[in-house]
Design a binder for this molecule. Structure first.
Ligand SMILES: *[C@@H]1O[C@H](CO)[C@@H](O)[C@H](O)[C@H]1NC(C)=O
Ligand SMILES: *[C@@H]1O[C@H](CO)[C@@H](O)[C@H](O)[C@H]1NC(C)=O
Length: 226
């Protein structure tokens, strides 16, 4: 391609810059991302809570018990799906997130059990605890932790899962989904697709009830109220 003058060249380069992010975008994944809590769908169309959690984030840890308690009160009227969102400034956030994706693939009814175990023992995965450990040693430690939590039969699965590029990809997809939705910290919640106004601060049960009560009881109300 020849350029008659420098303006054409500048124009071409500008176009190239504008286009290149598109070509580097991740392809659309074949399956929806996320770990469903309990069943996927209730009888009625449930209110959907999407939670972006980092397994080694203390605020994510603190926000889960009240959310869990709240949704138990609503039964099938509220659905919850958790997406992993490993924050770059949390040690081993990606590796622990990946462990969740590995286990979810092996047996999805164990995912939340492992997530809660990570929440409970976060301090063994960041800061001084892993400061001097190699990546391999940390992955070994996570594999041991998963085995201790879920049982010996999962050791092989978790070990091989860490070398399977598909589980790496699945963890990246979660992260990219969060980026596309504007997630910039954890916990981060969406309710029926809308970001929760004070996402990031761990809501208590009362806080969740304030959000959910009008949505659940307001079924059939006119949308104009918006
Ligand atoms: C998955 O885990 C659940 C809960 O521990 C267990 O009851 C079930 O048998 C497991 N399924 C498979 C296929 O291993
Ligand atoms: C890491 O290893 C170095 C060298 O052995 C040691 O001086 C340091 O205290 C260790 N740091 C932690 C946090 O364990």
């Amino acid at each position: 391609m020849g350029f008659k003058n420098s303006r054409n060249l500048v124009g071409f380069l500008t176009l190239l810059c504008l286009l290149s992010p598109i070509s580097s975008q991740s392809p659309i994944p074949a399956k929806q991302d996320g770990f469903w809590y309990r069943q996927k769908k209730g009888k009625d169309e449930p209110v959907l809570i999407e939670a972006f959690f980092d397994p080694v984030c203390p605020d994510s840890r603190d926000s889960w018990p009240p959310l869990k308690k709240a949704i138990q009160q609503y039964g099938s009227r509220v659905s919850v799906v958790v997406h992993t969102f490993p924050l770059p400034y949390h040690d081993n956030a990606f590796a622990t997130s990946r462990a969740l994706h590995i286990i979810n693939k092996v047996n999805s009814s164990l995912t939340y059990h492992l997530l809660e175990a990570f929440f409970e023992h976060q301090e063994t995965f960041y800061g001084k605890a892993t400061f001097n450990l190699s990546r391999a040693a940390v992955l070994g430690q996570i594999a041991k932790f998963v085995t201790k939590t879920l049982g010996k039969s999962y050791y092989a699965a978790i070990k091989s899962g860490f070398t399977d590029s598909k589980t790496d990809r699945a963890t990246r997809v979660s992260f990219k989904l969060g980026c596309l939705r504007g997630v910039y910290g954890t916990p981060f919640f969406f309710v029926n697709g809308f970001p929760l106004p004070d996402a990031g601060s761990a809501l208590d049960v009362t806080g969740w009830r304030k959000v959910l009560d009008p949505l659940v009881s307001g079924k059939g109300k006119k949308v104009e109220e918006f």
